[in-house]
Design a protein. Structure first.
Length: 366
């Protein structure tokens, strides 16, 4: 009695799974007997549970899922509608996040984990350099990929198409647009994405009449020359629309004899058309697109775009939410043996445009 009480406390950090809540829990208290230590641990845990009760919980106890895209584009607006429709039918919460960059995607994924979402479908911006990030997400929530895969990560399944084959289909449209051959320029958002690399390579291999090889990769800093077609360059813009348009303008100035321009992300064909119109070269330079931006579809109808290769972003979003919901409820039968849910691409030309556009508007409630 009256003596000086001396003790040391060591803490361990405990992570509450799927909520992102960290609790400091004492692991050793020097100078306290085991009974006091047990009471202290129990008290701290109880206080932590009280303090953080409700953190990351969902309204009404509903399961919650998220779709995380590669950027902001009309393509992703369609995906969002598909996901929201699935959420309404299943009675679950759906959140759609559209990051501006790889770093922003990381931040958004971390925020989702902190909220305690039950499952996430992500379009991987940089599957090589961010593989560790996706693995971290998979540790804390159910993770699948859509549109652009991260095949070496711990994701459970990929929802999308074979982008190499889709790129090949785009190359076929270029051959139809300029059957006599000529110089071709490719425009795309970024090449870090798995889908972008494969899509671009499919176009190049088709134009150069090579055998199919999805593992092939031609460096973007040089031209690819074939017997009839030359791919002059592949220009990226990192989702910067002003940069994307400037890329087109630059190529029109440097290569007056260019025969065709190919836009491989949804927003690229409209930017190509805008630059061609301002240069007075609409119709002179043939245009082939990718995805179903309304400007692109209208241009096909008007005859200023030869055709486009479309995915099914509505189905990407819709199927992602359904797959996540099944997995959360223990149904793994939704995962094929190869861990790929294939949603094939299609070529859209003037002759099948109206049917496609009518169906798309119906899905979007227009």
């Amino acid at each position: 009695m009256g003596g000086k009480l001396s003790f040391e406390i060591e803490f361990v950090v405990c992570l509450r799974k799927r909520s992102g809540v960290f609790l400091l829990v004492p692991s050793r208290v020097a100078g306290f007997d085991s009974c006091i230590m047990k009471r202290l641990v129990a008290c701290t845990a109880a206080l932590g549970a009280f303090a953080f009760s409700g953190c990351g919980e969902k309204d009404g106890g509903k399961e919650s899922y998220a779709l995380v895209t590669t950027g902001v584009a009309s393509f992703w607006d369609i995906c969002k509608k598909g996901g929201e429709d699935a959420g309404e039918e299943l009675g679950v919460e759906v959140e759609v996040l559209m990051p501006s960059s790889g770093d922003d995607q990381r931040s958004k994924l971390e925020d989702l984990l902190a909220k305690g979402v039950d499952g996430i479908s992500v379009a991987a911006i940089d599957p090589v350099n961010q593989a560790g990030l996706y693995d971290e997400v998979a540790e804390e929530s159910i993770l699948i990929t859509m549109d652009t895969d991260a095949p070496t990560s711990k994701r459970q399944v990929y929802v999308g198409m074979d982008n190499y084959d889709a790129g090949w289909m785009c190359g076929e449209l270029v051959k139809e647009a300029i059957p006599e051959g000529g110089e071709v320029v490719l425009f795309i958002g970024r090449l870090e994405q798995d889908n972008a690399k494969r899509r671009r390579q499919g176009v190049i291999d088709c134009l150069l009449d090579r055998g199919k090889d999805p593992s092939r990769f031609d460096a973007p800093g040089q031209s690819q020359i074939g017997e009839k077609y030359t791919v002059l360059a592949t220009l990226t813009d990192q989702f910067d629309r002003a940069k994307g348009k400037a890329n087109v303008e630059d190529m029109l100035t440097k290569h007056e004899g260019v025969a065709a321009m190919v836009g491989l992300f949804a927003y690229n064909p409209p930017l190509i058309l805008e630059a061609l119109k301002q240069a007075g070269r609409i119709g002179e330079v043939k245009v082939v697109g990718f995805d179903e931006d309304e400007v692109t579809l209208q241009a096909i109808k008007d005859g200023t775009v030869h055709g486009t290769v479309v995915q099914d972003p509505y189905e990407y979003g819709n199927r992602s939410i359904r797959v996540l919901h099944a997995l959360v409820n223990g149904d793994t039968s939704v995962i094929p043996e190869n861990k790929i849910i294939d949603i094939p691409a299609r070529q859209i030309r003037k002759d099948n445009l109206e049917t496609f556009w009518t169906d798309l508007n119906f899905k979007l409630g227009k």
